[in-house]
Design a protein around this ligand. Structure first.
Ligand code: F6R
Length: 596
């Protein structure tokens, strides 16, 4: 999705700061990029395609004490130089960047065109600088003109504007993230903290309907009427190094390897090994008669797992795809807790589902990785998963952290005395993931099956969400067909697709009934000549029927899915790498999906 960066107060370094910020925002997914610097005039440079194309096109002498930049992910109009942001008014004195969608842009464009404004792009965004231009012509100040333009638009947006002859950035948000970075003599603006994290870790999170004015080292936030608001500065715990590749070929591989550290952070200060107790400050006093999880994609798979854990703990729970829940929510009662599982905290579908729940008066909890994200600020409570910044578009470490956080939630709500083994298993998990990372044969498996027609993933119970997640990871970064199923479902249809050219990854741990039945399903697959890759702790007989084995250390059955998933992440990574795919930025995908 689109990204915004802005800075004021960096004098001759403005362009460098903007381009660096755009590089950092790349991971959100984009198809064009641009910058505008304001001095006596406003200079704009924008290009369809990669940021390097913009970097090559930009005049290094382009200078100004203030500027804004943007990575665009097309919604209105194809990716072209003209449709890239920033957009300007007829005079060229106002430049605007925008994330989100302006729903009433058609009528505004018709009105502005009739009044003589000339448009250069197909975008919804371009109405904004023209509205500002009209308001300035009516004699309003820049701040008033910006507010009056914003008052005319409907939709979801994060907007930032610069003006010829001004060193200020004016910005606002409604339903799309925007955060101010507070430097000593400079101020920054971004849709995402990593964009300016190299320069400051002090941030001010804007809320919907608020307006920010940044000028050199100063910043103010006002409401839509221009009344000053008191906002506090937060310290971000992430550091810039966490957003660097640190010698890995891809962020995804780095983030897979960061899982031990991420899980240690998630657990720190929250579990007591000796007593087996879980004590999470954010969940203090929380009770729930039933739980509904809402989430999308990988987070939905973690939510499915979370619902299983709560059910096992005696708390009725269900997981819903947020996009479905937003339009057709499940019945709730007074004691229902709705949990939004969202790494970014900005996924529009999940936010819509949470809002739907709030409108029905139930308590909401955001399970998220991003402090100050919309979900974190909108929900009654926030359980931070503490995975650290995840830059690769494909979610990896955040899934593991979500799974661990689901265990913290279920232990809190269940209030049972039998959590000691689970707590111990959770404490052992980082070390066991390290074992898997150090000894995995995933690359050899990837090499052997890279030319396959497609991939199937099967698992029962707690391994079912991992089967789904294994398939999602495979398809999103390799562009190959992959499907995950509850192991018992394969024979009810999908088995028709199984051939000698479609390996089946079977996740089987332990020796319980689930494992025995899944081994039975593996035999069905084997009888159809399909290669079987067993992802297993070796407790069952599954390896007898397998063409390849990915080994897992032994652990509690409910913790094993994290280990199995690490093996599947590595397989997907290596297949994608061998196919030369764009692993960190898969085609058509964005890290943070801020449209419904
Ligand atoms: C897949 C992936 C997506 C996200 C989904 C929800 O690798 O990253 O499926 O999980 O878009 O995103 P969040 O967790 O930010 O709500």
């Amino acid at each position: 999705m689109c990204g915004i960066i802005g800075c004021t107060g960096r004098e001759t370094e403005t362009l460098d700061v903007l381009l660096h910020g755009l590089d950092t925002l790349e991971y959100r997914g984009y198809d064009s990029a641009g910058v505008a610097l304001a001095n006596g005039t406003v200079e704009v440079c924008k290009r369809e395609g990669e940021i390097d194309r913009l970097r090559a096109a930009v005049d290094p002498a382009m200078d100004g004490p203030v500027g804004i930049g943007h990575t665009r992910w097309s919604t209105h109009g194809p990716p072209t130089d003209e449709n890239a942001h920033p957009h300007t008014d007829c005079t060229g004195d106002v430049a605007v960047v925008h994330n989100g969608i302006i729903e009433n842009y058609d009528e505004l464009k018709a009105e502005l065109t009739a009044a003589g404004h000339e448009f250069e792009s197909d975008t919804d965004t371009e109405v904004v600088p023209h509205l500002v231009e009209d308001a300035l012509a009516d004699g309003l100040s820049r701040d008033e003109a910006f507010r009056s333009a914003v008052a005319r638009i409907e939709g979801s947006y994060a907007l930032a504007a610069v003006f010829a002859g001004s060193e200020a950035i004016l910005a606002t948000r409604e339903g799309s993230p925007l955060v101010v970075g507070v430097g000593d003599d400079a101020a920054y603006l971004a849709s995402d903290v990593p964009a300016f994290l190299e320069y400051t870790d002090r941030v001010v999170y804007l809320d919907d309907g608020e307006f920010a004015r940044l000028e050199s080292g100063s910043w103010t936030v006002t409401d839509a009427e221009g009344r000053l608001l008191e906002k506090s500065i937060s310290q971000v715990e992430w550091d810039a190094e966490e957003t660097a590749k640190s010698g890995y070929d891809h962020y995804m591989l780095k983030e897979i390897h960061e899982q031990p550290r991420a899980l240690r952070k998630c657990l720190r200060g929250r579990v007591d090994e000796l007593t087996g107790t879980v004590d999470v400050e954010a969940l203090e006093g929380l009770t729930a008669e039933s739980v509904q999880f809402v989430a999308c994609g990988t987070s939905y798979h973690a939510a499915l797992y979370g619902a299983q854990r709560l059910q096992a703990a005696g708390v009725p729970a269900q997981a819903f795809l947020a996009s479905e829940y937003a339009t057709a929510p499940a019945p709730v009662s007074e004691g229902t807790l709705v949990v939004g599982v969202t790494q970014s905290g900005e996924t529009a579908d999940t936010l819509a589902a949470l809002r739907r729940a709030q409108a029905r008066g139930v308590e909401t909890l955001a399970m998220t990785n991003v402090v100050g994200s919309t979900a974190a600020r909108d929900c009654d409570r926030t359980l931070l998963i503490r995975a650290g910044p995840e830059i690769g578009v494909a979610a990896t470490k955040t899934f593991s952290s979500q799974v661990v956080a689901c265990n913290l939630l279920s232990a809190t709500l269940a209030d049972r005395g039998d959590s000691r083994e689970i707590v111990q298993a959770l404490r052992d998990l980082p070390g066991q993931i390290q074992e898997v990372l150090d000894s995995s044969r995933a690359e050899a498996v990837a090499e052997r099956f890279v030319d396959s027609d497609g991939y199937f993933f099967i698992g029962r119970g707690h391994q079912h969400p991992v089967a789904l997640e294994g398939a999602l990871k495979m398809k999103e970064i390799t562009y190959k067909h992959a499907e995950g199923f509850p192991a018992g479902e394969l024979k009810h249809g999908p088995l028709a697709l199984v051939t000698a050219r479609t390996p089946v990854f079977a996740i089987v741990t332990g020796t319980d009934e689930e494992a025995t039945k899944t081994v039975g399903n593996v035999k069905e697959v084997e009888a159809r000549d399909a290669p079987v890759v067993a992802v297993t702790d070796g407790a069952s007989t599954v390896d007898r029927y397998a063409d390849a084995v990915l080994e897992l250390p032994e652990t509690e059955p409910c913790v094993a899915p994290v280990l199995a998933n690490v093996q599947l992440q590595l397989v997907a990574y290596h297949v994608a790498n061998k196919l030369g795919r764009s692993i960190d930025k898969p085609r058509n995908l964005a890290k943070s999906v801020t449209v419904e």
